[in-house]
Design a protein around this ligand. Structure first.
Ligand code: COA
Length: 330
């Protein structure tokens, strides 16, 4: 369904690209090293397999490939902002985004990292939308890229089975809120009193997660955030064509959809194939849905994420019909 031309300047999504590592690790392989099995992982999370980078491949490498793919999808070769959402930057200092921009051949683009864990992509989309609307930049690559295999304890069955590596990106350009691809509304939130629920402790090397506590918070908060965002975009929930939630757990997505009274066929999920890819999760799901023809030009998409911080965010986007470019690397 096409939105009427809105007449207000805003940002539009014109391209989407992804990068997944070639190595596939299925549940049976994970279970060889851990006290778990395919039946538990699949029934509790919906996950069947995940991707893992080869030694030496970094977040920046995945981000460059996904960023190039998004530019290609939009038929562009430059932009003036690169925003990289990640929890696993290549170095603590400097940010990873400037190097990603240079490797993409972008001279003098503004570039910075954004740390909002699994909500990072939606945070990035909101920031880039605001910067374009304010006239600070004209064209922005928003990349979500994470290599959680570098921060997950391979001996912790509570996290090792859940996460995968990957990157996804969209290109945003100045447009009109009535154009296909328009970002109509975004909302962000946080609650730092829950910062211990997903954390790398100061004296630790690995991520710890209080999974069942996060689960409960994720369901209620994602539903509230999605509902409010749809209302601010002027949408009835019944008019939402696709709910593209952060792929943390299929049961979370199903519960949120139930609260929103969205039928299962409107819930986009690729968690079976890629697991929880943190900041990359929503653009990877978007690209898969577009590639499979599950979303088309003019469809109303409700994007919602939740993650460490705690942080959350939602966006109401009218899909542009962009053809995704999906790439791989080692
Ligand atoms: N295999 C087998 N058993 C496992 C297991 C695994 N991989 N992981 C945990 N268990 C066990 C626990 O030890 C526990 O056993 P106990 O009852 O004997 O103590 C039992 O399963 C239940 O643990 P619990 O943590 O309550 O499981 P769960 O159903 O909540 O599933 C998650 C765990 C991580 C899959 C789930 O909590 C989750 O998806 N949480 C949300 C993650 C999220 O949204 N993150 C936000 C952004 S990253």
């Amino acid at each position: 369904m096409s939105a009427a031309r809105g007449g207000r300047a805003g940002a539009v999504v014109t391209g989407v690209g992804t990068c997944l590592p070639e190595t596939v690790v299925d549940n049976d392989e994970v279970s060889r090293h851990l006290d778990t099995d395919h039946a538990w992982i699949h029934s509790r999370t919906g996950i069947e397999r995940r991707r893992r980078v080869s030694p030496g491949t970094t977040t920046g490498d995945l981000a460059v490939t996904a960023g190039a793919a998004a530019l290609k999808s939009a038929g562009r070769d430059d932009c003036d902002l690169v925003l990289l959402a990640t929890t696993t930057p290549d170095r603590r200092c400097p940010a990873t985004a400037p190097r990603v921009a240079s490797r993409l051949g972008l001279r003098a683009a503004a570039a910075f990292d954004l740390a909002a864990v699994c909500s990072g992509f939606v945070y990035g989309l909101s920031v880039a939308d605001a910067m374009i609307t304010a006239g600070t930049c004209d064209r922005a690559l928003v990349i979500g890229a994470d290599v959680y295999s570098s921060i997950v304890d391979p001996d912790d069955r509570g996290t090792a089975v859940v996460f995968g590596d990957g990157a996804g990106a969209v290109l945003l350009e100045r447009g009109d809120t009535g154009d296909p691809g328009a970002v109509l509304h975004t909302e962000l939130g946080s609650d730092g009193t829950g910062d211990e629920l997903i954390t790398i402790p100061p004296d630790g090397a690995y991520l710890t997660m209080r999974g069942s506590d996060v689960y409960t918070r994720a369901v209620t908060t994602m539903a509230e955030s999605a509902r409010s965002t749809a209302a601010h975009a002027g949408w009835d929930l019944a008019d939402v064509d696709a709910f593209v939630g952060h792929q943390a757990n299929l049961r979370i997505l199903t519960s949120v959809a139930k609260r929103l009274r969205l039928p299962p066929e409107r819930v986009v999920s690729n968690i079976a194939d890629v697991a929880n890819t943190a900041a990359a999760s929503i653009p990877l799901a978007l690209a898969d849905a577009a590639a499979q023809g599950r979303i088309g030009s003019g469809d109303r998409l409700l994007l919602t994420a939740f993650g460490g911080g705690l942080t959350w965010g939602s966006a109401a986007v009218v899909w542009s019909g962009a053809e995704p470019v999906q790439d791989q690397r080692s």
